[in-house]
Design a protein around this ligand. Structure first.
Ligand SMILES: *Cc1c(COP(=O)(O)O)cnc(C)c1O
Length: 358
């Protein structure tokens, strides 16, 4: 593109957007094993696939804009009212709605030092300032430290639990204490994209909603439910908070097929429990190999492990690329790190072989 056009579009762009980098997952081209995005490598559950096929037949009709059937099902499952639930085009869509509804130029957004990157980029787009809370020595997010980072200018606080990419989990009691210290002008978002892998009761956090109208708990169908390509996220909060989000929500942002798939996936008990068991077992195996090989890693409560290969970093990267294994490379606390999703047993064997060969 000629230089003058580049400048022209740069000037047209809102100032807060000029320095934002586009989100590109960009794993290696045509990977054989994908361990870079924490998806469920077992594939789409059968019942969800059938439900989506049936929904396609009625694709000439607009979906139910508020996805009432799915919201009712989620409400019954977790002891909530449907009015406390809103669906979104993936959780990414939820975070966009939250920004549109609540964030203004000059507001502050509190999040972890090493966490899901979308929180900070959404804040930047809105012209808000990001305040990062350091991790503990054990790479944990400490709820009390998050509460301390709140100022009169804070509008939103994101607590990712289990945290991506560290995989650590803060207990609900600690989160309750944090919420007790945070003033009501702060919307607290508890991002629980990986709640189902943590081994903790995944219904328990919803009990917090009774006491904190400024809290939103977010979940997604992209991870354990194996529907990342369909884009369905949901959140639970006070009905008044939900109402603020409906004002800025794109109508029909969850397609009929996606809603049908998500509804059906909720019933796939065997698939879900098999995924949970396999993930926990494989996570333990991989952790044992890392320990044995002397590679530093963070003990995980999610379907991925963050490791710090240190001087073995280049060799690890080369070996993964040679075997066609897509992983996520990043820095955490200034240290080069690799986040590897827990795949199927035969996929993890390939990873294990590489780790042993380093
Ligand atoms: C994967 C992930 C999400 C969910 O993304 P979707 O847009 O629902 O696919 C949200 N938060 C975290 C921390 C994640 O890792």
């Amino acid at each position: 593109m000629p230089e003058d056009l580049k400048e022209y579009f740069e000037k047209l762009t809102r100032p807060s957007v000029r320095n934002v980098a586009p989100y590109d997952a960009a794993p290696i081209s045509e990977p054989k094993i994908i361990l870079s995005a924490n998806e469920n490598n077992a594939g789409v559950p059968k019942g969800a696939l059938e439900a989506m096929r049936a929904a396609l037949e009625k694709g000439n009709r607009y979906p139910d804009s508020r996805n009432t059937a799915l919201r009712k099902k989620l409400a019954a499952r977790f002891g909530l009212a449907p009015e406390q639930i809103i669906t979104s085009n993936g959780l990414d869509g939820m975070f966009t709605m939250l920004s549109r509804a609540f964030l203004d130029k000059g507001d502050e957004v509190v999040c972890g030092e090493c966490t899901f990157g979308v929180y900070a980029s959404n804040a930047a787009i809105a012209g808000a300032k990001v305040v990062k809370v350091p991790l503990s020595a054990a790479f944990e997010q400490e709820p009390a430290k998050f509460a301390e980072a709140v100022t009169p200018a804070t509008k939103m606080l994101f607590f990712c639990n289990p945290n991506n990419p560290t995989g650590t989990l803060a207990e609900t009691a600690g989160i309750r204490a944090m919420l007790g210290k945070i003033p009501r002008h702060v919307i607290v978002i508890l991002d629980q994209a990986y709640a189902e892998f943590s081994g903790a009761d995944d219904a328990e956090p919803f009990s917090l909603l009774k006491d904190f109208p400024n809290l939103m708990i977010c979940r997604t169908f992209s991870k354990i439910f194996a529907l990342a390509g369909l884009r369905v996220g949901w959140g639970a909060a006070h009905p008044m908070l939900i109402d603020c989000l409906y004002r800025v929500r794109e109508p029909y942002c969850v397609t009929a097929a996606a809603e049908a798939g998500a509804s059906a996936a909720l019933d796939e008990e065997a698939f879900l429990s098999e995924t949970r068991t396999r993930t926990a077992e494989e996570r333990e195996k991989l952790s044992a190999v890392l320990k044995e090989r002397g590679i530093r890693f963070v003990p995980s409560r999610a379907n991925f492990i963050l490791m710090f290969p240190g001087e073995k970093g280049d060799a690890l990267r080369t070996a993964l690329e040679e075997k066609g294994i897509a992983a996520r490379f990043m820095t955490c606390r200034g240290m080069p790190a690799v986040r590897l999703s827990i795949g199927l047993p035969e996929e993890n064997k390939e990873v294990e072989k590489i780790l042993r060969s380093l």
